[in-house]
Design a protein around this ligand. Structure first.
Ligand SMILES: [Zn+2]
Length: 353
């Protein structure tokens, strides 16, 4: 979760991503995957209903004169009830072992790739793998608040306990919502923080358990990617930066913030593709892959957020053109007019995806 400059020409990038043509023989999704993922129907009934009922039960009763301690007690109750109810509804998460398992597998997939990426020196990949190893998963508001406070105390922050706790809850709620029910995750304090609303949102889509876990893996892979993104290891992404600058002809494409998100998406796509390929019954059909990417990138079709690159660009370029993803989508391999950017730079033309 990072912010980048608002107002830079998102339109130019979106236009770039959707105007890319592919060979006539390939399915339309290869030219504009976003057009397909944004058309997949996605419900929001359970999450909205639960959020509304928790707002009425808790937040609507909190008056303007509430003290920090009153706010903290309410935030604790609302987020813990939100997590418990989300868990009951989904029955497969997020507090169960499932998210943890998906997280560990995502971490292992990225670590394994780091060792073999031709764009990285042995030394650099070792350092990045080491950094990745230390990332933990936080699944509850209370754990996040505890981690936030100890982090601040280590920095020497002497703010009183109730006030600092308010700050911690507000920080959590800015990404996860008041009751933790936003379908979101974020990277902070050296941890990936998973909002209970993410699993609930996937459940709302009527996704199968396997599809939901794979979609969640994309998000966890993206957030894990922030531990080693271009803001942390710019030298690891020099080739990718040159590739994106050259294919988009947009110099600000690699501005801080924007580049971090593109590199995080790169890792998310890698994690998702590896999971899809490793399914016991073999990889799903390209049509099913489109659906899973739609679940994984839910929210990308919302009006352009100020914190991420344009949705079309993320889906059509960084995800759809990921070297591990093109084959799953039944799309053409690297080449004109289908550029693929990797850590070692632009991939040379390949025969097929
Ligand atoms: Zn991100």
């Amino acid at each position: 979760m990072r912010t980048w400059l608002v107002g830079v020409s998102a339109v130019a990038l979106a236009g770039f991503a959707s105007a890319k043509a592919t060979d006539q023989d390939y399915p339309l999704r290869c030219g504009d995957l976003f057009g397909f993922t944004s058309a997949v129907p996605k419900g929001r009934a359970d999450a909205d209903q639960l959020d509304t009922s928790l707002n009425a039960k808790y937040w609507d009763t909190l008056g303007p004169t509430a003290t920090p301690s009153m706010f903290n007690a309410m935030a604790r109750s609302a987020t813990s009830e939100g997590a418990r109810r989300a868990d009951e509804i989904t029955s497969w998460g997020p507090d169960g072992p499932m998210a943890q398992e998906v997280f560990e597998a995502a971490k292992a997939a990225i670590a394994a790739h780091l060792r073999t990426d031709a764009g990285l020196s042995t030394e650099l990949s070792g350092l990045m793998a080491e950094q990745l190893k230390g990332v933990t998963l936080i699944q509850t508001a209370e754990d996040y608040v505890g981690s936030y406070i100890s982090h601040e105390r280590r920095k020497g922050n002497a703010t009183g306990e109730p006030e600092l706790t308010v700050q911690a809850y507000r920080s959590y709620q800015s990404s996860c919502g008041r009751n933790g029910l936003k379908p979101n995750a974020f990277f902070a304090l050296g941890s990936v923080v998973l909002c209970p609303g993410l699993a609930l949102g996937l459940h709302d889509f009527d996704a199968s358990r396997a599809d939901a876990m794979d979609a969640m893996a994309y998000t966890l892979g993206h957030e894990l990617g922030h531990a080693i993104d271009s803001s942390v290891w710019p030298q690891a992404y020099a080739g990718m930066a040159a590739c994106y600058r050259s294919i988009t002809q947009v110099t600000y494409i690699w501005e801080p913030g924007l580049a971090d998100e593109i590199t995080a998406d790169h890792w998310g796509a890698l994690v998702l593709a590896r999971r899809l390929r490793a399914r016991p019954a073999g990889p799903p059909s390209p049509e099913q892959v489109v659906k899973i990417i739609a679940y994984a990138t839910d929210g990308y079709d919302a009006p352009q957020s100020s914190t991420h690159p344009p949705s079309q660009f993320r889906v059509n370029q960084t995800i759809a053109r990921h070297p591990d993803m093109v084959g799953l989508l039944g799309c053409p391999g690297a080449g004109e007019p289908n550029p693929t950017c990797t850590l070692r730079g632009r991939l040379p033309t390949t025969a097929s995806g």
